[in-house]
Design a protein around this ligand. Structure first.
Ligand SMILES: CC(C)(COP(=O)(O)OP(=O)(O)OC[C@H]1O[C@@H](n2cnc3c(N)ncnc32)[C@H](O)[C@@H]1OP(=O)(O)O)[C@@H](O)C(=O)NCCC(=O)NCCS
Length: 243
């Protein structure tokens, strides 16, 4: 699996106006796995123990370790000491007053890929999905998408239907995750572009989000959204050996 983004040793290039997004290959951690897993808090390790599926457990542990490491580097603290707490609807954030810099971040994982998005001063959401057959894509779209989005899924050639659905799905999820609502938010209350685009403002009730498509690895589709701020995505591949 070849990632399409460059690796970066130093990741602090001007976060102020940028959205830095790392693609994390969960299958590339190799022998470093145990070492990076040791960066989790006791609470997170306890949560990891509760996953029934080994793949889900590993995905959570490695993504959280990567997040802690990236935040720790920026904050100048060891990964384990990064004070993560859960906000409303379970969105991880930094504890109030933990840092003079207003870091905001979000993570997503699917298959063997995670994305970690970080910026300063505005909320961010990110979502990725492995492209795969989606059972009842048209039905789900009719029920939960905006009519324009649902029409695009219906109109897609049969070989393109799954990817069309997943592009729209990840865009909507990214917006809802930026707002901190996740699936508790309404998917029908706003619409996203259904064709190719490099970035677009999305109107959601009382606010707007800047949405960008992200396709870091062949076979995956995703998107990132920032609330009330247009932040150009800078894309990196996380190198586990540099962590
Ligand atoms: C967040 C959510 C969208 C996850 O979707 P998903 O496609 O299964 O998973 P993803 O990999 O894209 O994202 C998961 C990550 O999003 C983050 N996250 C969790 N809740 C979040 C929220 N409300 N908003 C934004 N991000 C959230 C977490 O970091 C999580 O990863 P982690 O658990 O490994 O730390 C979904 O679980 C959700 O909507 N949760 C909120 C549910 C809720 O509010 N329930 C209220 C009672 S019904």
């Amino acid at each position: 699996m070849e990632t399409l983004w460059p690796t970066s040793k130093e990741s602090s290039e001007s976060f102020a106006d940028a959205l830095c997004v790392w693609v994390v290959r969960l299958d590339a951690v190799g022998a470093l796995g145990e070492e990076v897993a040791a960066t989790l808090s006791a609470e997170e390790r306890q949560r990891a123990e509760q996953f029934r599926l080994e793949q889900a457990r590993r995905r959570f542990v490695l993504t959280r370790a990567a997040l802690r490491t990236l935040l720790g580097k920026q904050m100048g603290v060891p990964p384990r000491e990064v004070p993560l707490v859960l906000g409303m609807h379970g969105k991880p954030r930094l504890a109030d007053g933990a840092c003079a810099v207003d870091w905001r971040f979000n993570v997503t994982h699917s298959g063997e890929i995670a994305l970690i998005a970080m910026t300063i001063g505005c909320e961010v959401g990110v979502d990725i999905e492995l492209v795969r057959p989606v059972r009842q894509a048209e039905h789900i779209a009719r029920r939960y998408f905006h009519p324009r989005e649902s029409a695009a899924v219906r109109a897609a050639a049969s070989g393109q239907r799954d990817v069309t659905f997943l592009r729209i799905w990840t865009a909507k999820e990214a917006v809802l995750k930026a707002l901190g609502k996740g699936i508790a938010g309404s998917l029908t209350g706003f619409s996203v572009p259904t064709g190719p685009h490099d970035g677009a403002w999305i109107d959601v009730p009382d606010r707007r989000c800047w949405l960008q498509p992200l396709e870091p690895v062949h076979g995956y589709v995703g998107a990132a959204a920032t609330v009330e701020a247009r932040r150009a995505a800078q894309l990196f591949t996380l190198d586990w050996r540099e962590m």
